[in-house]
Design a protein around this ligand. Structure first.
Ligand code: GDD
Ligand code: MG
Length: 352
């Protein structure tokens, strides 16, 4: 069985972070986002290959994962000639595949039991199975109505306020039968959400839902990107480094350097090669990326700092996301959840 990860979007809502780092590989703690999806998919013993459907900056993604040596499963990359939308991308990536297929949106973090979803698909003899998750406000998602038997009766992508009839949304995880893909037009942008799914309900195909009430988040906005880190710190979601046992203490890479006199306030995370100098304070809720230097007396909390950024002496960083290789001068004060792109330079004493 094969899985397709849809990882071709531009990540516009995460700009400027995604100008040089495509959304599927933005770091979540010490590893690129897609690594978490690959870890989840390796729990399905039948999956022998994961296909990454790419469009935006494909090279950067290939460079990170290669043929899958470090991921535990064989990887293949399919790059569309032009963005084909979610439906077009699935058809393009699924060429030559006849067997049942698993598809993930490349930006959802979840604890769903993928084996159970496949089981639901098979026992229903479904043409398509979709994972649903309840959310407080479905308007930014695909709203999905179901009947008493769990069959999908209506799919409305990005519903208007007067269409909010239920709280279950498309979680971006599907089991699909490729023999239906000839309904997807070739070579033009085509949305699986706006066209293919509604067509299944119109034709009366067996289109079933699997409602999952476990952890689920789409990391595609700065607020959600910060939230997923918070949730892992707090143990609401366990994966990767955060297995639950570590969260009440600072998580510090053995290859990081924390000088005497620096203060670590849990929860916080310090990655490989970072250097925290005396009298600096890290945490709570601080993520310090690879090779970051935090100078004497600086304070970093409620912030995510990507690799190789330097935080100057006595700077106070409270709330932002900082991209790679930024230079934050001494006594800079940053408050609030703003997003700064790679190589941002803030002059000494700047308040922002
Ligand atoms: N290869 C390829 N080509 N991938 C694409 C393309 C494309 O043209 N367009 C989007 N993608 C990928 C994105 O990278 C992302 O991983 C996924 O498809 C979904 O696109 P988003 O842009 O993130 O969509 P969304 O978040 O607004 O809505 C989707 O996800 C929601 C759940 O998070 C929809 O599937 C909604 O129905 C759903 O509720
Ligand atoms: Mg999304």
């Amino acid at each position: 069985m094969k899985a397709i990860l849809l990882a071709g979007g531009k990540g516009t809502r995460l700009r400027p972070l995604t100008l040089h780092t495509p959304k599927p590989v933005v770091p979540i703690f010490d590893r690129p986002f897609l690594q978490y999806q690959m870890d989840l998919l390796t729990q399905v013993p039948e999956i022998d290959e994961i296909i990454l459907s790419l469009n935006y900056q494909p090279r950067r993604i290939e460079e990170i994962f290669g043929a899958g040596e470090g991921t535990g499963v064989k990887l293949r990359y399919v790059v569309e000639p032009s963005p084909l939308g979610t439906g077009g991308a699935i058809r393009y990536a699924a060429q030559g595949i006849e067997d049942t297929l698993i598809v993930f949106n490349g930006d959802v973090m979840t604890s769903v039991d993928v084996n159970a979803v496949v089981e639901r698909h098979r026992s229903a003899g479904a043409t398509a199975t979709i994972v649903l998750t309840p959310v407080d406000n479905p308007s930014g998602y695909g709203l999905v109505e179901t009947d008493a038997e769990g069959r999908v009766t209506r799919f409305i992508e990005k519903p208007q306020d007067d269409e909010l009839t239920c709280d279950t949304i498309n979680a971006g995880i599907y089991v699909l039968e490729p023999h239906t893909f000839d309904r997807i037009p070739r070579d033009v942008a085509y949305s699986i959400e706006r066209a293919y799914f509604p067509s299944l309900t119109e034709r009366g195909d067996t289109f079933v839902a699997y409602v999952d009430r476990g952890y689920w988040i789409d990391i595609g906005t700065p607020e959600k990107y910060i939230q997923v880190h918070r949730d892992m710190f707090d143990g609401r979601f366990t994966a990767g480094l955060f297995t639950g046992a570590t969260r009440s203490a600072p998580v510090v890479s053995p290859e990081a350097r924390v000088d005497e006199g620096a203060t670590m306030v849990a929860p916080c995370f310090i990655d490989v090669g970072a250097h925290i100098k005396p009298d600096a304070t890290i945490g709570p809720y601080a993520v310090i990326g690879r090779g970051v230097v935090v100078e004497e007396g600086a304070l970093v909390r409620h912030s995510i700092v990507w690799s190789n950024t330097r935080i100057g002496q006595h700077a106070e960083i409270d709330g932002p996301i900082l991209g790679r290789s930024c230079h934050i001068g001494r006594n800079v004060v940053m408050t609030g959840p703003a997003v700064y792109g790679d190589k941002t330079v803030l002059t000494d004493y700047t308040h922002s």
